[in-house]
Design a protein around this ligand. Structure first.
Ligand SMILES: O=P(O)(O)OP(=O)(O)OP(=O)(O)OC[C@H]1O[C@@H](n2cnc3c(O)ncnc32)[C@H](O)[C@@H]1O
Ligand SMILES: [Mg+2]
Length: 202
């Protein structure tokens, strides 16, 4: 049996889409995203867990297209903020605006010393086929929140997230470097060994 010809990454976030494309580069799979399906209506992410939201996104896309899809729901959990912004990371400052979200995060961490600025990036991926078969995997990355942004790559909170391993912010890494340590990369590495069996199963 062959791999899927077309797999939809159920995201509107071009930064995520680029990271998925890099991870699937050596696979004989055509990768599409929601940008290729402008008629699919806005998907409401009102779940209280990452898995709920990822399932909502994957289900909406599979139902609309009849094609297999992978959805990513992810977020940043800051220890000093009791896990905020968490599942609400995209809309922390109201609407989906990276600069405003980062400004709010810095303000809420005002006065918190470096050693206490620890945080976790989390991703839950849901892979769903039209026949209902579903895979769920997670990935996480630990790091620290900087006191000012550094770097121009990536998206979201990347300029504020310090990697001890690279001694750089995630926004100072290439896509390949970020994927090698990131929550999304870790989740994809969990997914890949199960991927062929998931596709081939009837
Ligand atoms: O729902 P889709 O369309 O996939 O795109 P999104 O940007 O809305 O994504 P989420 O709903 O999963 O929200 C997660 C938010 O968490 C942040 N985030 C997630 N992964 C990140 C990463 O790798 N680097 C920086 N910020 C990230 C970023 O602000 C995202 O907007
Ligand atoms: Mg979203």
């Amino acid at each position: 049996m062959s791999k899927p010809q077309t797999l939809i990454i159920a995201t509107k976030n071009p930064g995520k889409a680029r990271e998925f494309a890099e991870m699937f580069r050596d696979y004989a799979i055509e990768i599409k995203t929601l940008a290729d399906f402008p008629d699919i209506p806005e998907i409401t992410e009102n779940g209280i867990t990452f898995e709920e939201n990822a399932t909502t996104k994957a289900t909406a896309v599979v139902n609309a297209t009849g094609l297999p899809a992978i959805a990513d729901d992810s977020g940043l959990m800051v220890d000093a903020l009791h896990g905020d912004p968490g599942v609400l990371s995209a809309r922390y400052a109201g609407d989906h605006n990276d600069a405003a979200n980062n400004a709010k995060l810095l303000a809420n961490l005002g006065g918190v010393p470096e050693a206490k600025r620890t945080a976790t990036f989390h991703t839950t991926l849901v892979a769903l086929k039209p026949n209902g078969q579903k895979l769920v995997v997670d990935g996480e990355l630990r790091g620290r929140i900087l006191i000012a942004p550094r770097g121009d790559n990536g998206f979201g909170y990347d300029p504020l997230f310090w990697s001890d391993q690279f001694q750089k912010s995630l926004a100072q890494l290439t896509d390949a470097q970020k994927n090698s340590i990131s929550h999304r990369g870790a989740a994809l590495r969990q997914l890949m060994p199960k991927f062929d069996e998931w596709w081939d199963a009837q």
